[in-house]
Write a protein that binds this ligand. Structure first.
Ligand code: GDG
Length: 476
């Protein structure tokens, strides 16, 4: 008898391939998605389909990689340099990413990008179909790189279960309609049975686009498309709470955290961690920090902004310009406000091992997230989990990050207002310990309960419910 399989599909496989002296090394990914889905795709005949993050040099290497990945239940979709440039760097990162993060002027509507985006989605569809799909299989597609894939698979497998989850926000209909290929993108997504987002606002924007652009009205968060009911729902993603909680309590992390605290002795540490991206509000954060130092000279030599920016997409002009502007502002603030041996900002443009990240979360008095737009933001949840054993620390969270809808006991900021950022930091560093513990306790409960495993569970439960309901309708 054929067994039920779960098929995960995302742009990247949860693995990194590195070539060291003619030998390929396969390194597991530590990302949130890989952790959440790890217990699923590694089981039985389940599989994960995606780009392995490496362009093979010849056919032999392709075969070797395919065979090796099969041992981990991973199926590679190999992409050429041209496809990566057009589909990933181009369409995904220079059209969808800016529009979905409210940066219309950054979008480059290049037809060639669109051609390659369609071509690669088709390649993913072929790789999926090659797996001899049956009606028992459940497919879960992830994120904006694969928005055409649900409908492509649907055309070949009319009744199969397909879920789609988008990790980034969905923009307003006015913004979304600027994309020349908006109809095709919406139709692509409507091939799924469930289209999931982090927040209610994203579902509203998506449903409104279906209404205004495709003339498809909605009832009870669902749309009828080609005689099928497609559900559009909220699934806020969580983290592996226990992993961050227990890592924070290890001897190695505690030792590192103490070293950080000693390095910044008598200073309140305000921590920020993000990928280099214009959506993360890094410039606004620096302006807010400078405003604080101007308004409150008494805080000089009492605080430090520990800012870790992880390199990302820095060959793209906007990202390079952002990086230069950060360098300039950090230099300016440190030069103007620095005093004696005190430097206001400790800035790192680098990627740290997870243990160091954990030590930073443990050592930080405040975690500052100032995204101008963020699907969810996992950094703030990791900070909360790392504080669970002591319940000290304060989270300052942008009201424009998806996480703000859940973590209502944080200090909320409007990241576009430098005064809002400055007064939030002021409030955070003066918050009495009792108040910190009260707020942190509530946040810990939320992050612990709605963890990544819960997220995976509720998504699949809902997909099964929806499918059962559809079957009842068709057999009536
Ligand atoms: C997208 C959406 C949504 C960061 N620096 C280092 C490092 N990190 C890890 C963090 C965290 C992850 O990267 C960043 O996650 P975010 O959620 O903050 O942001 P995006 O990468 O933009 O992710 C976002 C997410 O998808 C999930 O749906 O929340 O809104 O944009 O896990 O810990 N990890 C290590 N070293 C670093 O230096 N090891």
């Amino acid at each position: 008898m054929l067994k039920k399989r779960t098929i995960i599909i995302s742009n990247r496989l949860p693995i990194r391939i590195e070539k060291q002296h003619d030998t390929l090394e396969f390194l597991p990914s530590e990302g949130g998605l890989a952790t959440g889905l790890g217990s699923i795709y590694k089981q039985d005949d389940n599989i994960w389909i995606g780009w392995p993050g490496y362009i093979p040099e010849n056919e032999n290497e392709k075969i070797l990689i395919t065979e090796k990945l099969a041992e981990f239940n991973l199926i590679p979709v190999f992409l050429t340099a041209e496809e990566l440039e057009g589909y990933y760097e181009g369409f995904s990162n220079e059209i969808l990413w800016p529009i979905f993060h409210d940066r219309l002027p950054y979008a480059i509507f290049d037809k060639e990008y669109w051609r390659l985006y369609k071509q690669v989605n088709q390649k993913f569809c072929e790789a999926t179909s090659q797996q001899q799909l049956t009606l028992k299989d459940e497919i879960w597609i992830h994120d904006y790189q694969l928005m055409l894939l649900p409908q492509m698979i649907r055309e070949q497998h009319e009744l199969i279960s397909i879920g789609y989850f988008q990790h980034i926000p969905f923009p307003s209909e006015e913004l979304f309609r600027c994309i020349p290929w908006r109809d095709e993108i919406l139709s692509g997504l409507l091939g799924a049975d469930i289209v999931g987002f982090h927040t209610y606002n994203d579902t509203k924007n998506f449903l409104n686009s279906c209404l205004q652009i495709l003339n498809l009205p909605n009832t009870n968060n669902s749309v009828i498309s080609r005689d099928r009911q497609v559900f559009v729902e909220v699934f806020p993603m969580g983290i592996d709470f226990d992993k961050f909680d227990s890592l924070a309590q290890t001897e190695a992390v505690q030792k590192k955290a103490n070293e950080i605290k000693n390095q910044f002795k008598d200073l309140k540490i305000i921590l920020s961690i993000d990928r280099l991206d214009y959506s993360k509000g890094i410039i606004e954060r620096l302006q807010g920090f400078e405003t604080l130092l101007q308004k409150h000279p008494e805080l000089r030599e009492q605080i430090v902004l520990y800012m870790l920016v992880v390199p990302s997409r820095d060959t793209v002009p906007q990202y390079k310009a952002l990086r230069d502007e950060i360098d300039r502002m950090v230099g300016h603030i440190n030069a103007v406000y620095g005093f004696n041996s005190w430097t206001p900002i400790a800035y790192f443009y680098n990627s740290f091992p997870l243990e160091n990240l954990s030590a930073l979360y443990v050592a930080a008095d405040v975690c500052l997230v100032s995204s101008l737009k963020d699907g969810m933001n996992l950094v703030c949840k990791e900070y909360i989990a790392s504080k669970a054993h002591r319940l000290d620390g304060v989270l300052i969270l942008s009201e424009l990050a998806g996480a703000a809808k859940e973590l209502t006991d944080s200090i909320n900021i409007n990241p576009y207002s430098v005064d809002s950022i400055a007064s939030a930091i002021h409030l955070a560093i003066h918050m009495p310990v009792d108040e910190q513990r009260k707020r942190m306790k509530k946040s810990v409960e939320i992050v612990k309960k709605f963890n990544v495993f819960h997220w995976v569970k509720i998504f699949f439960n809902r997909l099964r419910e929806v499918k059962t309901r559809q079957k009842k309708h068709t057999t009536r």
